[in-house]
Write a protein that binds this ligand. Sequence first.
Ligand SMILES: Nc1nc2c(ncn2[C@@H]2O[C@H](COP(=O)(O)OP(=O)(O)O)[C@@H](O)[C@H]2O)c(=O)[nH]1
Ligand SMILES: [Mg+2]
Length: 287
Amino acid sequence: MVIGWYPGHMNKARKEIIHALKKVHAVLEVVDARLPYSSENPLLHELAGNKPALKLLNKSDLADPELNQVWLKFYAEQGIPAMTVCGKNPGNLRQQVIRHFSALQASRRPPFRIMVVGIPNAGKSTLINVLAGRKIAKTGNEPAVTKGQQQIMLDDNIAILDTPGILWPKIEDQDSAYRLAVTGAIKNTAIEFEDIALFAIAFLKNRYPDALLTRYQLASVDEEPVQLLEEIGRRRGCLVRGGVDYTKTGEVLLNDLRSGKLGLLTLETPEDIPTPEPPAADDEITG
Ligand SMILES: Nc1nc2c(ncn2[C@@H]2O[C@H](COP(=O)(O)OP(=O)(O)O)[C@@H](O)[C@H]2O)c(=O)[nH]1
Ligand SMILES: [Mg+2]
């Protein structure tokens, strides 16, 4: 799979974020509620040090409502402030954010500056616009470098920066990379549709079989993912001379999934978080 993030990009992003973080008092971390673990940046906590952070599980309108609660409970148990939000239908998000940070900023000289951070496509620009109450950040594609950053006052004391901090996605873990690709957070080429769709089918077959059965009117999900993909292609009329067009079928399935046509789904639960490997014996030898 082509990931689109190389060490050079990550280094640049890391330098920019370290620089930007110096100017703020707190971070608003945007992750995707459908994959809160895989859409968080592996190094944010290290980079942000002990600055207060609030985690926003965005796109909760596309996520499994039961698993939204599971994730919130998981973060609460760890003492990580988090809430589920929807950039498209934000309700009183602005007030909630003000209330959260008001409690923290009381002893400081205002303004208390917050920066929105997260991986591409998490919804950073959308949420900045919601918080600012007007369209100041371009959504859909990423702005280039952080230039001439402005701050917008949310109330008398609290400000957000108009430009988000862009973090690189968690791609060193294959499962995370695939889940990110399923949601479209990692850009993929047409060639990869089949590969990513097969991953998605294997997942759906296991966790949301009814979504597949209903949407594509399959008789069962007992077959292997590749056979299910073929069946979906046939049902959807994604054909080429000689059989099913797997690339096209994969694209159809991924578009259905990304736009919510397969229902509300979450791609991972806290139980999917890999346990850190114990350090290898070699690592302990120094000098
Ligand atoms: N369904 C849904 N889509 C959202 C939500 N927030 C953002 N989006 C969409 O996700 C895409 C990426 O949003 P954007 O704000 O540009 O993400 P950024 O790359 O993090 O700045 C856009 O197409 C948004 O319309 C949300 O809460 N729900
Ligand atoms: Mg953006």
